[in-house]
Design a protein around this ligand. Structure first.
Ligand SMILES: C[S@@+](CC[C@H](N)C(=O)[O-])C[C@H]1O[C@@H](n2cnc3c(N)ncnc32)[C@H](O)[C@@H]1O
Length: 247
């Protein structure tokens, strides 16, 4: 696959479906606090970039770049080969992108090389159990995600000592990634919602899972099985904020 091929297709309409969530944004900003310059790797359309801190962005896909508000700070490149000198910024950030990289170890080493301080990642822990959507309706997504997301141990081996914090996903999360609609199951029946989630594009036939979910919602099976979820405001689905300890 060429540098940017996958997201040149997948990224159509991304900025409309994947609006940065303010609570997740706060958690990321807190992890970056003190940094006077940031490099956002796999930056996409610029979600979670600060307007106060000078930020450089790296993104391979022109489709994502064309949807950015700020195009002046972006370089078309890949994590595996960052076109910057060592220690170019105070801090490097990578949000929900590692699982798309061709060589995660090499990309992480590049992140560490270009940061004078910490590397901060938002990712999903493949040792987490998943959630009702992937456990009950699309186990093939869970199986695939467990292969493509790096383990916490892999991150530790590449980056050295790290802090790992759960990022609970709000029930009304505005960023339409896979877990965003855990409280709004009907959303997964919408093709437009699913088209903002790369996991659905990676697996083949979705009809069986979708039909089952539709049936379970109409008959009340889903509601009965997931009564406990309905009163929750946030849920831990396995998303993790990972930050290297200062070096
Ligand atoms: C799910 S999007 C996340 C974008 C953004 N970080 C966000 O939070 O909205 C994943 C991004 O990773 C980018 N990507 C894919 N392969 C990459 C690579 N090898 N190096 C850097 N970014 C890559 C894709 O083009 C896409 O923009």
């Amino acid at each position: 696959m060429k540098l940017n091929e996958r997201y040149d297709k997948l990224g159509i309409g991304y900025s409309a479906r994947r609006k940065p969530d303010p609570r997740i944004h706060r958690a990321i900003s807190a992890a970056l606090s003190g940094a006077r310059s940031v490099l956002n790797v796999g930056a996409g359309t610029g979600s979670y970039e600060s307007t106060h801190v000078p930020t450089l962005a790296v993104e391979p896909s022109f489709r994502m770049i064309e949807q950015r508000g700020n195009k002046d700070n972006v370089v078309q490149a890949s994590a595996e080969s960052l076109p910057f000198r060592d220690g170019v910024v105070d801090s490097v950030l990578a949000v929900l992108t590692l699982h798309h990289w061709n060589d995660i170890d090499r990309g992480l080493k590049e992140c560490a090389r270009t940061s004078r301080g910490a590397v901060t990642l938002l990712t999903w822990d493949p040792e987490s159990p998943g959630f009702w959507l992937t456990q009950e309706y699309f186990p093939e997504i869970l199986e695939l995600d467990r292969k493509i997301f790096p383990s916490i141990e892999q991150l530790r081996q590449c980056l050295g000592p790290i802090e790992v914090k759960p990022v609970e996903i709000p029930a009304d999360c505005t960023d339409g990634f896979l877990g965003a609609y855990w409280h709004r199951p009907e959303a997964y029946l919408s093709e437009s919602v699913r088209s903002g989630m790369s996991s659905f594009a990676r697996v083949g036939d979705l009809d069986g899972g979708l039909q089952q979910l539709r049936r379970d919602m109409v008959t009340g099976v889903w509601q009965r099985a997931h009564r406990k979820l309905q009163s929750l405001e946030t849920c831990d689905l396995g998303y993790r904020l990972v930050r290297t300890k200062a070096h």
